[in-house]
Design a protein around this ligand. Structure first.
Ligand SMILES: [Zn+2]
Length: 287
């Protein structure tokens, strides 16, 4: 799927889930468009939903519908957590030691690549360099001081030293959304030229983390410059909450049937995911 994305200058959408409502919505949105999709779960999301349980749910969708849906262990910070996800049957992992100094990050990521491939040789391992902040939530503080972007030479060196299949650089992206982004008054902007340089130097598929709140134009340009996976989490969480509030309001205070309330959340997420998938796949975005 990633090789195909590189050939067609498109990107796979990656959407985080921590419950069945989100998973159902992401799967339905992808099926509406007949596009492959990546589902991600961070350490916290896995802890809530269950690592093996999530793997079983995604596997059941893939098998029953013969559908290209894949499960990624997002932002995994320790080898035991990475091995747990690999043994549970996750298809890929983001091994994130980006908070460590570069050389230490490279050394430990290389060891993790070897350990993970020994469990499942076809598992994809993504490494991460640069600081893009933490927390796929609503941030109300002042803008972060601009962090240094990943350089092309760092990207080349990191991929060569670690053997990662996929690289996540810092190119102006950041986790979470500020309130001004939720209202649409502000958009994130990416350094497209830097993406192009990193792509040429790294020679592997690139992931853009922290995609929520990025301008449509920058997404399209970034994908054409070499991004092959785009992570969206905060926008999914926002849609989940809005949909849930609608469902609770629509049912009135005596409504207690989950399958009457929760379809509003599914619908709300499905709409957001569908719009993003269209954009990443160069399909016309519905008006
Ligand atoms: Zn991320």
């Amino acid at each position: 799927m990633l090789q195909e994305a590189q050939k067609t200058q498109s990107a796979l959408g990656h959407f985080n889930v921590s419950d069945l409502v989100q998973l159902k919505a992401v799967f339905e949105a992808a099926r509406d468009l007949n596009l492959p999709v990546l589902v991600g779960a961070s350490e916290g999301e896995r802890e809530f939903a269950g690592t093996r349980q999530l793997a079983a749910l995604v596997k059941s969708l893939r098998e029953e519908f013969e559908y290209p849906i894949f499960l990624n262990a997002d932002h995994t910070h320790s080898l035991p957590k990475a091995l747990e996800a690999a043994k549970a049957g996750f298809d890929s992992i983001v091994y994130d030691l980006s908070a460590l100094p570069f050389e230490e990050n490279a050394r430990q990521t290389r060891a993790a690549v070897e350990a993970l491939k020994s469990i499942n040789p076809s598992m994809l391992v993504e490494g991460e360099i640069g600081d893009i902040g933490t927390g796929s939530t609503i941030h109300d503080d002042a803008p972060r001081a601009p962090q240094p972007l990943t350089t092309a030479s760092e990207a080349r060196q990191f991929v060569a030293e670690t053997g990662v299949d996929v690289l996540a650089p810092a190119v102006g992206n950041s986790h979470g959304m500020r309130k001004s982004m939720v209202t649409g008054h502000e958009k994130k902007h990416l350094n497209i030229e830097r993406i192009r340089e990193i792509k040429a130097a790294a020679g592997v598929p690139l992931t853009l983390h922290g995609g929520s709140g990025t301008s449509d134009e920058d997404f399209v340009a970034a994908v054409h410059a070499g991004i092959n996976i785009v992570h969206i989490n905060t926008e999914v969480r926002l849609a989940w909450r809005h949909g849930l509030e609608q469902g609770l309001a629509a049912g009135g205070k005596d409504e207690v049937v989950p399958y009457k309330i929760l379809p509003y959340a599914v619908e709300s997420i499905r709409e957001v995911v569908g719009g993003r998938l269209r954009l990443f796949s160069n399909l016309p975005v519905a008006a």
